[in-house]
Ligand binder design. Structure first.
Ligand SMILES: CC(C)(COP(=O)(O)OP(=O)(O)OC[C@H]1O[C@@H](n2cnc3c(N)ncnc32)[C@H](O)[C@@H]1OP(=O)(O)O)[C@@H](O)C(=O)NCCC(=O)NCCS
Length: 189
């Protein structure tokens, strides 16, 4: 089964497709985003293949990155992505990621999309534990994790090298039971 699309108040969270190519490249190859994620810029043909591959990742995939396009309803435009790397089914682990076009940051779009991603991860993929990591200097990303209720589990000192310098990273996690506790309404007295 192909993963279906979802809606939030302002966003459509859906599978990407090749028509998203230019929108994808504009945030994917943004220099600051590349730095924060320790990525190299992606060529257009590689990006096009990635989008067409992602369009058909099935629900329940194992050892796979499941990427969702974040589309702004009012502009009908892909403004970024959220995604989860799914482990094998036995472990039921997930690792989250996100990126939003710089022109659209600071409006709560990543938080809105990532909350939906968590729901998908726990309810549809039945994950047991989700994690996310970021550079310690990436405040928007770790504040996003904290807003989702994730706990900072450790600081990984000098764990990522950038321009010859060793940088610290934060590692966050959320267990299924913590998510259930957080999202269930409190019992009525
Ligand atoms: C991380 C990222 C996805 C956040 O996207 P966004 O749509 O701006 O996020 P939101 O508006 O939902 O804000 C998330 C939190 O970050 C805070 N925030 C947003 N911009 C900020 C900034 N420039 N400085 C500090 N905090 C900031 C928000 O206030 C919010 O925290 P709060 O809920 O405690 O108020 C975006 O900055 C990005 O794409 N960065 C480059 C790629 C990247 O670093 N990806 C993550 C790699 S681990």
């Amino acid at each position: 089964m192909i993963i279906r699309k979802f809606e939030t108040r302002r966003l459509i969270i859906r599978r990407p497709n090749e028509g998203d190519l230019q929108d994808f490249l504009s945030y994917r190859n943004d220099p600051e985003s590349l730095e924060m994620q320790s990525l190299e810029a992606m060529e257009e043909d590689k990006a096009s293949k990635l989008l067409s591959r992602q369009a058909s990742v099935p629900a329940g995939a194992e050892n796979a990155w499941v990427m969702f396009a974040v589309e702004l309803k009012v502009q009908r435009k892909m403004i970024g992505e959220v995604g989860v790397f799914l482990s094998n089914r036995a472990a039921r682990l997930g690792n989250l990621g996100w990126s939003i076009n710089r022109d659209f940051r600071g409006n709560g779009y990543a938080s809105e999309a990532a909350a939906l991603l968590l729901k998908y991860a726990f309810e549809e993929e039945r994950l047991r534990r989700v994690t996310a990591t970021c550079l310690a200097q990436n405040e928007p990303s770790y504040r996003l994790m904290e807003g989702l209720g994730m706990r900072r589990e450790c600081v990984m000192l000098k764990s990522r090298q950038q321009h010859g310098e060793w940088l610290d990273e934060y590692s966050y996690a959320l267990l299924r039971e913590e998510w259930v506790h957080r999202t269930q309404p409190a019992p009525q007295p």
